[in-house]
Design a protein around this ligand. Structure first.
Ligand SMILES: C[C@@](CO)(OP(=O)(O)O)[C@H](O)COP(=O)(O)OP(=O)(O)OC[C@H]1O[C@@H](n2ccc(N)nc2=O)[C@H](O)[C@@H]1O
Ligand SMILES: Nc1ncnc2c1ncn2[C@@H]1O[C@H](COP(=O)(O)OP(=O)(O)O)[C@@H](O)[C@H]1O
Length: 287
């Protein structure tokens, strides 16, 4: 696991919250409530945030690492803990710390992954005994991306992202570039130019050579720097955007190849390399 080494925080349990990549993303339609019907392939990578949890006896839910620009009541870690407390009637509380590495508005699912890790962690620390399936349903109330992080396996997703089918993926390395913009998911989905009519595919037999992201052209039009970063990576391997952006990535078969491609990173071009996981690091936690 190549998470950065967690800080020492006495009394806190440190838990990983990995990023996801959307290896393809199709927009197939729109529901009456405005949410979009998707087909996508989620892959976890070994790069992410670290969530710290310490149980409180007084029932308070307290954030110890404020995120600039995100008030406590909007913070997905706090919202996840409150939702679980309300749902179960638990009288316990928690201090929540967060070591943030994932860019916000990056399409890497950072906030969703943080929330999923809080739900999984507190289910154990508060001794609630909820099943993964129950946690997934709760997580969906926080965001369309939350259930897959609780599901814990790389997955084909349908619906708005909650209908999940586990998939085995080959060992691969990824280079992820982080353009200097934060993109709102809602802004991309609301755009008038978004095509919403990609025909449904049988994902099990989908040829991986034709991967694309239907949100990419809208994001590139609104944020030309995303196109610039895709072009930068395209010389190395097929490059595309993840989720609603802004991050872009390319896949490599060997460590040597990703290390060679990594030479594109410099003082002006931010990014990181990562290894594709076969499962979420908390899938079998606690063992
Ligand atoms: C696009 C994806 C692809 O994995 O990832 P990100 O780019 O956010 O990482 C997800 O579908 C995002 O999931 P998530 O980030 O949890 O979205 P939510 O908070 O549920 O929704 C934010 C807003 O995006 C729009 N939205 C989201 C999901 C969806 N299937 N249809 C939508 O139309 C809605 O306008 C919603 O109000
Ligand atoms: N713990 C959190 N981490 C990141 N973002 C959060 C968090 N809580 C709330 N947010 C809000 O969610 C938005 C989307 O963040 P994030 O999930 O990281 O990006 P994306 O949906 O593009 O993958 C942020 O811009 C921020 O306003």
């Amino acid at each position: 696991m190549t998470y950065h080494s967690p800080e020492q925080r006495p009394g806190f349990l440190a838990l990983p919250a990995p990023a996801k990549l959307n290896l393809f993303l199709h927009v197939n339609g729109r529901r009456p409530d405005g949410y979009h019907l998707l087909q996508t392939l989620f892959r976890f990578i070994d790069y992410g945030d670290t969530v710290y949890l310490r149980v409180r006896e007084d029932g308070a839910i307290n954030r110890v690492d404020p995120i600039p620009g995100v008030p406590a009541e909007s913070d997905l870690t706090v919202r996840a803990a409150k939702l679980l407390q309300d749902h179960t009637g638990s009288r316990l509380g928690v201090d929540i710390g967060l070591e943030k590495r994932l860019p916000m508005g990056g399409g890497l699912g950072g906030g969703s992954s943080d929330a999923a890790t809080v739900l999984i962690g507190l289910n154990t620390l508060w001794q609630l005994g909820l099943s993964r399936r129950e946690l997934q349903s709760l997580g969906l109330k926080l965001g369309a991306d939350v259930p897959v992080f609780i599901f814990g396996r790389n997955a084909f997703a349908e619906g708005i992202g909650e209908s999940l089918q586990a998939v085995e993926l080959p060992d691969r390395y990824y280079l992820v570039l982080v353009p200097p913009v934060s993109i709102s998911t809602a802004e991309i989905f609301c755009d008038e130019g978004l095509t919403r009519d990609t025909p449904l595919i049988n994902m099990a037999v989908f040829p991986m050579t034709t991967m694309r992201n239907d949100l990419q052209s809208v994001a590139c039009r609104k944020y030309p720097v995303v196109r610039k970063y895709i072009d930068l990576l395209s010389g190395k391997s097929k490059a595309m955007m993840t989720g609603s952006g802004a991050c872009v990535f390319a896949e490599f078969e060997s460590l040597e190849a990703v290390q060679e491609a990594k030479k594109v990173l410099c003082a002006d071009i931010d990014g990181f390399s990562a290894f594709g996981l076969n499962q979420h690091p908390l899938l079998s936690w606690p063992v």
